[in-house]
Design a protein around this ligand. Structure first.
Ligand code: HEC
Length: 183
């Protein structure tokens, strides 16, 4: 009996020490993760590697050779879910390719559309870079977190996210609108 009480006391003491320790460890861990995110958004490398940057440009305002009506991520009117759908499924009738390989097959696009439902010339192309759903979400969040609500000012720091502290990013043409500055 006495031993049982002793044991609960010991575990209580251990808990008393352990709980704040665990809390501290968790705090340190999450701050480190946040600091890392402050440096670079997890969606940023995807934006570059998946080739979004070739059409939508590092500044998110599109530019020449982009294959559609210029759209500007800084004036994004799409919800997070709509962004995810466009990135996953492409946009029929435009040059925006789909990025999830199972799109229109096992991955639902535009409420059960199949590629054959579109005229051949309107069928979205398949992107050369494959994204998983999680990466689609991350790059959608990057558009919201990084571009949305910004004015058209071109900042070297925006360019440096993708190209580092290069000369290209220092000598930006400060004209606004589609495609200004470095490619
Ligand atoms: C080959 C060029 C090309 C590539 C590569 C490309 N896009 Fe697009 N994107 C377009 C075009 C063209 C449109 C359609 C504009 C329109 O509606 O006329 C578009 C539309 C969009 C839209 C819809 C925006 C709106 O407001 O309607 C989003 C979001 C988007 N792209 C994100 C991405 C992301 C993220 C990637 C990379 C994973 C990517 N795009 C890759 C050309 C491209």
């Amino acid at each position: 009996m006495a031993k049982g009480i002793e044991q609960t006391d010991i575990s209580r003491v251990i808990l008393m020490f352990l709980t704040p320790l665990l809390a501290l460890a968790f705090l340190a861990f999450s701050t480190a993760a946040m600091a890392q995110e402050g440096r670079i958004h997890p969606g940023a490398p995807i934006y570059k590697q998946a080739g979004c940057i070739t059409c939508h440009k590092w500044h998110g305002m599109g530019g020449p050779g982009y294959g559609g009506t210029p759209i500007n991520f800084r004036q994004n009117f799409l919800t997070r879910e709509q962004l995810i759908e466009v990135i996953a499924c492409g946009r029929p009738g435009t040059g925006m390719p789909y990025h999830i390989p199972e799109a229109y097959i096992s991955y639902d696009c535009y409420e059960g559309m199949a590629l054959d439902d579109f005229e051949p010339e309107d069928q979205p192309g398949k992107s050369r870079s494959v994204l998983r759903y999680r990466q689609v979400k991350q790059v959608a969040e990057f558009i919201i977190d990084h571009f949305e609500g910004r004015d058209d000012t071109l900042l070297p720091s925006d360019c440096e996210i993708f190209f580092g502290k290069s000369r290209m990013c220092k000598n930006l043409k400060m004209d606004s609108g589609g495609g200004g500055g470095a490619k």
